[in-house]
Design a protein around this ligand. Structure first.
Ligand code: SIN
Length: 305
C-alpha cells in the first residue's frame, strides 16, 4: 500500500495530482466526465476583480506538439465567482485552489482577499505569469522586484496557503522564485506557458488573433522539468510541477526533478479523464517500486555528475 498523500504547506492533498488553471473551467464543467472528487485538487480558472471578455478570436490553436492559447483571462469576475461558481463545488471531496490575477498590486491584493474569505477556498494560486494580457501577468512575473511586491501584498491579506505561479519566460527563474519565497509564498507552481506563435501561410495571418500566445503541451515538458529542477536546487519550498504532462510517467519525472505535486493542463483537452489515468499510473508505479509514501520521490533523481 502506498500513501499518495502530499503536503503543500498546510494544505494536505489526498494525492499529488491536480488540474491546471484555465484547463478545467470552474470545476463543474468536468463533472459529467468523471468523479472530480478523485483528484488531489482542482485549480479554478483565473478570476479577476472585474469580469473579462478576454482576447479576440481565434484564441486557441493546435500545433504538432502542443497548444497555443491567448484567452486573455476571460472570467466572470470575483463577485459572480463567489456567489455562483465556488458554491457549486461545495459537495466535492477535494481541495479547491482559486487562481487569481490583477492588473496592478492593489487589484491582485483585493481579489486575493475576497477569494480567501470564502470557506470553499482551500488555497490561493497567484497568477503572475499569464503571457496574454497587457497589464499584470508577465509584467509582474518577469521582474523579481515586482514579484516580491505583489506576493507581499497578497500575503498580507490571506492566511490561506499562497502558491505563486511562475513563468518560464525569464533568464533566471531562480531569481523570481526566490523573490516570491522571500515575500511569503508557501509554494510555487511552475511553469506557465512559453511565449510562442503559429502562422497560417495561406492567409498569412497568425493562428491566434493577438499574434503571440502561450504554448503548452508535450513540446514544453523538457523546459518545465528543467525549471522545476533549477528552482528545487534553490529552495525547499514545495514545488508544484506542470507543463506538458501527458501521462503518469511524465508526472514521475516531475517528482524526481523536485516537485511534490503536479498539475495536468493540456491533457484535459485531449482526454477529459487523463488526470485520473495519471493518478492510477502513479499509484501502480509506487506499489511496483515498494514506495511507501509518494513524497519519497520528490527530488529523488540521482544527481548529475
Ligand atoms: C489566458 O487566459 O490567456 C491564459 C492564462 C495564463 O496563461 O495564465
Amino acid at each position: 500500500m502506498s500513501d499518495m498523500k502530499v503536503q503543500i504547506g498546510s494544505l494536505v492533498l489526498k494525492n499529488p495530482v491536480m488540474t491546471a488553471s484555465g484547463t478545467f473551467g470552474y470545476g463543474t464543467e468536468y463533472m459529467d466526465f468523471f468523479d472530480v472528487s478523485l483528484l488531489g485538487a482542482i485549480v479554478t480558472k483565473t478570476v479577476t476583480l472585474e469580469p473579462r471578455y478576454g482576447n479576440p478570436l481565434p484564441r486557441i490553436a493546435e500545433t504538432p506538439s502542443g497548444m497555443l492559447n491567448s484567452i486573455g483571462l476571460a472570467n466572470v469576475g470575483i463577485k459572480r465567482f463567489l456567489s455562483e461558481k465556488l458554491p457549486a463545488l461545495s459537495t466535492l471531496d477535494t481541495k479547491v485552489i482559486v487562481n487569481v490575477a490583477g492588473h496592478d498590486i492593489d487589484s491582485y491584493a483585493e481579489v486575493c482577499r475576497l477569494a480567501s474569505e470564502h470557506p470553499r477556498t482551500d488555497a490561493i494560486e497567484l497568477n503572475i505569469s499569464c503571457p496574454n494580457v497587457r497589464q499584470g501577468g508577465l509584467a509582474f512575473g518577469t521582474d523579481a522586484v515586482f514579484t516580491a511586491q505583489v506576493v507581499a501584498a497578497a500575503r498580507a491579506v490571506t492566511d490561506k496557503p499562497l502558491i505563486v505561479k511562475l513563468t518560464p519566460n525569464v533568464t533566471d527563474i531562480g531569481d523570481v522564485a526566490m523573490a516570491a519565497v522571500n515575500a511569503g509564498a508557501d509554494a510555487l507552481s511552475l511553469i506557465n506557458t512559453l511565449l510562442g506563435m503559429g502562422i497560417d501561410i495561406h492567409s498569412r495571418r497568425p493562428l491566434i488573433a493577438r499574434g503571440l500566445a502561450g504554448l503548452s503541451g508535450p513540446a514544453v515538458k523538457p523546459v518545465a522539468l528543467g525549471k522545476v529542477y533549477q528552482v528545487a536546487q534553490k529552495t525547499d519550498v514545495p514545488i508544484i510541477g506542470l507543463g506538458g504532462i501527458m501521462c503518469w510517467e511524465d508526472a514521475i519525472e516531475f517528482f524526481l526533478a523536485g516537485a511534490c505535486a503536479v498539475q495536468i493542463g493540456t491533457l484535459n483537452f485531449v482526454d477529459p479523464q487523463g488526470a485520473l489515468k495519471v493518478i492510477s499510473g502513479i499509484d501502480t508505479y509506487a506499489k511496483e517500486h515498494n514506495i511507501s509514501s509518494i513524497s519519497e520521490l520528490t527530488g529523488a533523481m540521482i544527481a548529475p555528475e
